[in-house]
Design a protein around this ligand. Structure first.
Ligand SMILES: Cc1cc2nc3c(=O)[nH]c(=O)nc-3n(C[C@H](O)[C@H](O)[C@H](O)COP(=O)(O)OP(=O)(O)OC[C@H]3O[C@@H](n4cnc5c(N)ncnc54)[C@H](O)[C@@H]3O)c2cc1C
Ligand SMILES: NC(=O)c1ccc[n+]([C@@H]2O[C@H](COP(=O)([O-])OP(=O)(O)OC[C@H]3O[C@@H](n4cnc5c(N)ncnc54)[C@H](O)[C@@H]3O)[C@@H](O)[C@H]2O)c1
Length: 473
């Protein structure tokens, strides 16, 4: 396994559980991006603000919570969630799971052959008996903004590990990372301006994204959407000035650039197994449902090169990468034992079938945005005879949850089979509603049976009943 992030760890674990041996090669910290610079620290920065705002929205409790966030305590809590950027516990887990660890940077030198430049100064040449798995994550993209490469700016690593809260923070990019971190820092006390060349959270239904935008505005974030950033320059006092299309400028003390990520495929030696970039585009790979890399030399004769998680580029999310890793690890072990030949059955334990139908996504802003499966547009594009039903979330559970609760929900229905293709919820604390939708999509639960899944009264889940009623059940 090249890369000991959450995904590599899971692939190695499954392989060992399947009776094989596994070596994890890690160039930085065991646990990867999610543990130290992504999911965990960003959620640790967001959660205190959500808890405080949640209490402030409940009459009776709001009178008791009249202060603001303690930024120093929030940063301290974040430090604890990242184990102070030490991977001792994760290394213990790896050893306990019977997995070998080599610290160093790996590259592929041929079929089943990996060379590691060890952090101890030694080189290691490894030959896999069965498989090599790319689980080495993704790298941030740098947008083509004049002057950006000449100034110091924050990526998500610097933002999630920040030791201080900047007075003025600029955020470039209106995706998930930009939106979450803009709100986290606004609530910690920064004056935040978020510049997005298109809208905010464009991959989600507009009604849901608009609720998040309203939440950010309420926290004082200045949103400059549909605005291109032309250039950036550094001023003599160290601040940075962004020049926007239309002539406006924004001056900030720190600039976070969060304009997407792509699989980290450069410098991995993939050209040695016939995989190279063409037409001036970055190298891209395709994987089958077991994670097997298409067109890698030798994969046709005896499957050996797999990619999972961010490196595979199907879904840049920890939980989905770990799911891919479980399927791939199981497939490698089964192929080694001759229990699996060719492609596996969809929805079997060797196949990453949910990647095609049900990727759950939560944006941990306040309000939250939670989504699984296909949007109406995607469903129609993919050839489904799809319809949708949507509603504001206004049930007894939501009105009890917070004063002036505002939320929105949508179900996307396959009209031919009368099953759900997707669902979206936006509103305070809707993330926990998502798994019910994921189960309904993965289980292809017929709507007339879903009707019998009665939501408890008074919970926010009662919106399910309202949606099904509006659909006509
Ligand atoms: C700010 C932010 C917040 C996020 N929040 C969430 C969230 O809340 N929920 C969620 O599901 N996802 C979230 N994500 C996405 C999530 O972090 C990734 O999907 C996840 O980390 C991918 O795991 P991975 O194991 O594939 O890659 P990584 O975690 O990147 O691990 C890859 C590992 O490979 C190592 N490596 C790379 N190249 C080599 C090499 N040549 N040799 C040896 N080792 C190598 C790296 O050092 C790294 O440790 C967030 C991302 C960001 C940026
Ligand atoms: N809660 C979560 O699960 C969570 C949180 C943060 C990040 N992530 C994952 O990490 C990955 C990276 O996050 P992200 O927000 O950087 O990526 P993203 O793909 O979600 O958003 C990137 C944003 O940058 C914009 N952009 C791209 N090029 C630009 C340019 N040249 N100028 C201006 N804007 C530009 C895009 O329009 C988009 O709005 C995502 O794939 C996401 O799935 C997940």
């Amino acid at each position: 396994m090249i890369g000991a992030g959450a995904v590599g760890e899971n692939a190695a674990d499954r392989v060992v559980q399947g009776g094989l041996t596994a070596v994890l090669v890690e160039a930085e910290l065991v646990g990867g991006e999610c543990s130290y610079w992504a999911c965990m620290p960003s959620k640790a920065l967001l959660r205190p603000g959500t808890a405080l705002h949640g209490a402030q929205a409940v009459p009776g409790a709001s009178e008791a919570v009249t202060g603001t966030l303690d930024a120093a305590a929030v940063l301290k809590g974040r430090d604890s969630f990242t184990s102070h950027w030490q991977d001792t516990n994760q290394v213990e887990w790896v050893e306990g799971a019977g997995i070998e660890l080599i610290r160093g940077r790996a590259r592929i030198t041929g079929e089943r052959a990996v060379k590691v430049a060890g952090l101890d100064g030694d080189d290691y040449a490894l030959t896999a008996r069965h498989a090599v798995v790319l689980a080495n994550g993704s790298t941030p993209s740098q947008p083509p903004v004049d002057g950006l490469s000449e100034v110091e700016y924050w990526g998500t690593r610097e933002a999630t590990s920040a030791k201080e809260v900047p007075k003025r923070l600029g955020v470039l990019g209106g995706g998930v990372a930009g939106t979450e971190l803009a709100q986290a820092f606004a609530r910690l006390g920064s004056a935040v301006t978020l510049v997005a060349r298109s809208g905010l959270l464009r991959n989600f239904p507009a009604e849901a994204a608009e609720l998040v935008a309203a939440g950010l505005r309420a926290d004082g974030v200045e949103l400059r959407v549909d605005t291109k950033t032309r250039s950036v320059h550094r001023n003599s006092d160290g601040s940075l000035t962004l020049s926007l299309d239309g002539g406006d400028t924004v001056t900030v003390d720190k600039l976070l650039v969060s304009t997407g990520r792509r699989p980290a495929l450069d410098g991995l030696g993939l050209e040695s197994v016939g995989l190279s970039a063409s037409d001036g585009k970055p190298l891209a790979i395709r994987t089958d449902p077991t994670g097997l890399v298409a067109e890698a030399a030798g994969n046709g004769d005896g499957p050996w090169l797999y990619a999972v998680g961010d490196a595979a580029g199907k879904a840049l999310l920890t939980h989905q990468g770990k799911y891919e890793a479980r399927a791939t690890g199981a497939a490698i072990a089964a192929r080694a034992k001759g229990e699996l030949r060719g492609e596996p059955e969809p929805w079997s334990r060797y196949a990453q079938t949910a990647d095609e139908h049900a990727i759950p996504n939560v944006v941990f802003t306040d309000p939250e945005l939670a989504n699984v499966g296909r949007s109406l547009e995607q469903a129609r594009k993919d050839g489904y005879n799809a319809s949708s039903v949507e509603l504001p979330i206004a049930v007894a559970g939501s009105s009890l949850h917070a004063k002036n609760y505002e939320g929105w929900a949508q179900l996307v229905v396959d009209e031919d089979r009368k099953v759900l293709l997707g669902a979206t919820f936006a509103g305070p604390d809707v993330a926990e509603l998502l798994h019910a939708a994921t189960i309904a999509v993965v289980g292809e639960v017929p709507l007339d049976r879903l009707w019998h899944a009665v939501p408890s009264y008074p919970t926010i889940s009662e919106v399910w009943l309202r949606l099904l009623e509006k659909y006509g059940l």
